[in-house]
Design a protein around this ligand. Structure first.
Ligand code: RET
Length: 256
């Protein structure tokens, strides 16, 4: 079925990415570059687990939407006509594990310091967990959107660090060119997630569950595998630039 295919495409791509990234990193010796590799490698590792959780039905549920929600009173054909909407809540849960790895890799690439990396990661986890809460809340329609609003507030912190703080740090570190490419890719792709959440079955339900699932799967392919490949290829080719960054995570603006 179409919905299932959106999951299996990602399982296959995650598997291939894991093999490719391990191979690409086989000769990397600089510790900071190695950490970028380990963090980035975690992304397809989390992804293959996440999508296997969804494909096996473990991390999705049929939830009855509260009164006022566009899908209140809907039935789900895939679950044999049970009352409710299929909710792939496992996605939001596993984003809490994969997206911090993306941010760690980006923060390291930008030569940023521990404070900023910590702040970005904590806000990001906050975004994912409150997004999970939004998807799982069935007691009140208003509270679903209130959770969504909190999640967006966390997201704003992440965007600020990416666009302002790390962009400046990357200039100092001499990694601005690749950082800016990855920054734009990340910001544009990541903005798609709250938009599809709002338009999809969790939000105003103008898109059905299968379309929303394909949208997330498509965004994932670019935000994870393409992103990771571009980053790691650059790291392999420019290991000395990263090794030459002021050592220690405390030295954001200490000099390039
Ligand atoms: C939600 C809904 C609530 C509001 C916001 C969201 C943002 C989600 C994002 C997800 C990014 C996921 C990635 C996954 C790759 O593994 C939770 C959809 C702001 C930005 C990049």
């Amino acid at each position: 079925m179409l919905l299932n295919l959106s999951l299996w495409v990602n399982i296959a791509l995650a598997g291939l990415s894991i093999l490719l990234f391990v191979f690409m990193g086989r000769n990397v010796e600089d510790p900071r570059s190695q950490l970028i590799f380990v963090a980035t490698l975690m992304v397809p590792l989390v992804s293959i687990s996440s999508y296997t959780g969804l494909a096996s039905g473990l991390t999705m549920s049929v939830l009855e939407m509260p009164a006022g929600h566009a899908a209140a009173g809907a039935t789900t054909p895939v679950a044999g006509g049970t009352d409710g909407v299929l909710t792939m809540w496992g996605r939001y849960l596993t984003w809490a594990l994969s997206t911090p790895m993306i941010l760690l890799a980006l923060g390291l690439l930008a030569g940023s310091n521990t404070t900023k990396i910590f702040t970005a990661i904590v806000a990001d986890i906050g975004m994912c967990v409150t997004g999970l809460a939004a998807a799982l809340t069935t007691s009140s329609h208003a509270l679903r959107w209130f959770w969504y609003f909190i999640s967006c507030a966390f997201f704003a912190v992440v965007l600020y660090i990416l666009l302002v703080e790390w962009a400046a740090d990357a200039e100092v570190a001499g990694t601005a060119e690749i950082f800016n490419t990855l920054k734009i890719l990340t910001v544009v792709m990541w903005l798609g997630y709250p938009i599809f959440w709002a338009l999809g079955a969790e939000g105003i339900a103008v898109l059905d569950v299968a379309i929303t699932s394909w949208a997330y799967s498509g965004l994932d392919i670019i935000a994870k595998y393409i992103f990771a490949f571009l980053l790691l290829r650059w790291v392999v080719d420019n290991e000395s630039t990263i090794a030459g960054m002021a050592s220690g995570l405390g030295a954001a603006s200490g000099g390039g």
